[in-house]
Design a protein around this ligand. Structure first.
Ligand code: SDX
Length: 440
């Protein structure tokens, strides 16, 4: 029997099928030939939440969940966080290699000169309630940019794609900052092209009446490291949304808005905001055991813990914990860190978490650090979305260049009724309405 094949015996028919094994996978379409009879559609795989399904080939990010390894284009995240700037890493994700000095200079120049937003964005932003969640404003405004750049629909043209990629990476900090300034009722601050990507973001967030904003270098560097850590993470929920929506050949503004919508979920990028709410609810270290008890009773989840892929410590959480100490030297220690450290200490010793391989993930410490930097919890997921935009776009570019890819359209297992006779309205029997159905 040839190597790297799987022999499948269909006990319904006694037939044996041989399918090739490639990269540790078999092609789902190779199962279609397995039929119980001439009218059988053929075998499909059933994989809710895609627990064991590869949707694409990608060379961007590699994760080994058991070993807690994360690499962008083969470079360990620890090295990139220590040695690079965020825009340097965004270049690596996009083009596959670290940029030369000349390439980086041009890339930074291009991104920097796309940080301005069309003035109509202000009017759009004014339409939101003052208390609108920044993530809602972020998602909506990015989608609205689709109307500002009609050439973005030319998604099969590499030049047009790259132009939108540069625009989006340049503009997401501006949109994020505008969302924050709208929330707090401050006037919008225009970008300052003398500043670095993260310093300029801080400028648009926090500049008041001083003639020129000066970012604290330790805070700017810590934010840059956080951006590097959040830039990409293979086929997570929001990146899968980016690829699925992008596969319909919609424009990248609408695809990024869809990805950001997925990221906003509390089980995904929204978890960092939920961690702060959890720490506020716990209140003090001595309340931690009681909280852990409720988690073990299945009454609630320990936010910032657990991961679909990491069954070891999320390498990003380790770096964030180290980076947080650098921030606290400037801002003063966030007392919530003590509660988080106690939560981690107890959880890592407790059989409930050990058995389920639940460790702190990227969201567990990031919120504490963001809060110490002066960000409000409702801004935390926006801070995740800014750098992840570079990852979503790198994945989208890879998708658009992948000859195997086409519009995403999964199958289903149909569990509904067979064909039924139509029932005239006067013959219909009332359906019991669920107790929690909102009645008029
Ligand atoms: C991100 O995919 C990515 O790469 C995401 C991300 C990225 O960079 O894009 O890394 C960013 O989203 C990090 C995750 C942030 N989310 C949270 O911190 C929310 C809390 N975590 C969980 O909701 C959960 O761990 C998930 C959603 C992250 C992963 O869920 P899975 O893989 O579907 O695991 P599961 O829900 O099947 O859990 C397995 C078991 C279950 O217990 P049993 O039913 O077997 O008894 O572990 C339990 C779960 O109840 N469990 C938890 C838990 N996470 C899982 N129990 C308590 N607290 C938790 N946090």
């Amino acid at each position: 029997m040839p190597e790297n094949t799987l022999s499948i015996t269909d006990n319904r028919t006694g037939k044996v099928y041989t399918v090739p094994v490639e990269n540790g996978t078999i092609r789902a379409m190779d199962l279609r030939q397995i039929k119980s009879g001439p009218d059988d559609f053929g075998l499909m795989t059933y994989d809710p939440a895609y627990m064991n399904t590869a949707s694409c080939r990608s060379s961007i990010t590699y994760i080994d969940g058991e070993k807690g390894i994360l690499r962008y284009r083969g470079y360990p995240i620890e090295v990139l966080a220590e040695r690079c700037t965020f825009l340097e890493v965004a270049y690596l994700l996009m083009f596959g290699e670290l940029p030369t000095e000349k390439e980086l200079k041009q890339w930074v120049y291009d991104i920097t000169h796309h940080t301005m937003l069309h003035e109509t964005t202000k009017k759009f932003m004014e339409g939101f309630r003052y208390s609108a969640h920044p993530m809602s404003m972020f998602v909506s405004t990015i989608a609205a940019l689709s109307s500002v750049y009609p050439d973005a629909k030319l998604v099969r043209d590499p030049k047009h794609r790259m132009h939108q990629i540069i625009r989006l990476i340049g503009k997401v900090p501006s949109i994020a900052a505008m969302s924050y300034r709208h929330n707090v009722g401050f006037p919008y601050v225009y970008p300052d092209n003398d500043l670095s990507y993260t310093e300029n973001f801080m400028n648009m967030l926090w500049k008041m009446v001083e003639p020129k904003y000066v970012a604290h270098p330790a805070i700017a560097r810590a934010l840059d490291i956080l951006f590097i850590l959040h830039a990409d993470h293979e086929q997570n929920c929001s990146t899968s949304a980016m690829r699925s929506v992008g596969s319909s050949e919609t424009d990248p503004y609408l695809a990024v808005a869809s990805a950001a919508s997925a990221l906003a979920g509390t089980l995904h990028g929204g978890a960092n905001e939920e961690v702060l709410k959890m720490l506020d609810e716990i209140g003090t270290k001595d309340h931690v055991p009681a909280y852990i008890k409720r988690v073990k009773e299945g009454k609630l989840k320990l936010m910032g813990f657990g991961h679909r892929i990491y069954k070891n410590y999320d390498p990003r959480a380790k770096i964030i914990r180290w980076s947080a100490e650098q921030v606290f030297e400037v801002t003063g220690r966030n007392s919530k860190l003590d509660i988080a450290l106690e939560l981690e200490r107890i959880a890592l010793e407790d059989e409930y978490f050990v058995k389920r391989k639940l460790y702190p993930n990227v969201d567990f410490y990031s919120g504490i650090m963001y809060q110490a930097m002066g960000f409000r919890p409702e801004m935390f997921t926006v801070l995740f979305a800014i750098p992840r935009t570079a990852g979503w776009l790198a994945q989208w570019e890879e998708l658009m260049n992948d000859p195997e890819q086409k519009i995403a359209r999964p199958r289903q297992v149909y569990t509904g009724s067979g064909e039924r006779e139509f029932v005239p309205i006067d013959k219909r029997v009332p359906v019991p309405i669920p107790a929690d159905y909102p009645t008029r």
